[in-house]
Design a protein. Structure first.
Length: 190
């Protein structure tokens, strides 16, 4: 930059000594002078931007110099962690209460009775062996299948299969059980 200014100054002096300058030369000198002034202004502007960036970098270094966070940031984080822990504890207590409720109802969530009702009524379509059978009457619940019903009775210690239930209920369509429908569950042979 100094070289350009020096060259312009020398050029200006040499031209000033010349008694007759033409207009074209003067116009070129004016353009060069304007360009130099633009360059000087851009240099000042960039120097200001560099100073601002340097200050910002120093601020970031100061902030990152210790733990990377100040005491206020750490306190906010600690408060958030405590809030999350409180919510986790509340959720845990709610889950335990729900599990306790399920334990009291025998673990059933489908509305099925935990113990079957003992009945000596014949199957709905009559006794398959010509006489009365011992067994249990069951009222079909929502989402029941013969396998689910048989398993519920097996869980109660009554050994019965879905096939035995089907045989004890002639005309029963296992694919079309209706809620509230009464079916006969045969008691195991002694």
């Amino acid at each position: 930059m100094k070289r350009i200014l020096t060259a312009i100054f020398i050029l200006g002096l040499s031209l000033a000594g010349a008694p007759a300058q033409d207009e074209a030369t003067q116009e070129q000198l004016n353009k060069l002078k304007g360009s130099v002034q633009d360059l000087i202004e851009m240099q000042r502007s960039q120097a200001k931007r560099l100073d601002a960036l340097e200050k910002e970098i120093n601020d970031l270094r100061d902030k990152a110099g210790g733990t990377g966070a100040n005491a206020e940031d750490l306190q906010k984080l600690a408060d958030q962690v405590q809030e999350i822990e409180k919510k986790r504890q509340a959720d845990k207590e709610l889950i335990l209460k729900e599990l306790e409720k399920l334990g009291k109802t025998g673990g059933s969530t489908s509305g099925r009775k935990s113990t079957p009702i003992v009945s000596t009524n014949p199957p709905p379509g009559g006794a398959s062996s010509g006489g009365k059978q011992t067994g249990y009457e069951y009222s079909v619940q929502r989402n029941d299948t013969l396998s689910i019903i048989a398993k519920a009775y097996r869980d109660q210690g009554i050994k019965v299969t879905a096939d035995q239930i089907l045989k004890a209920n002639p005309g029963l369509n296992p694919n079309n059980l209706k809620v509230g429908q009464k079916i006969f569950i045969p008691a195991p042979a002694q």
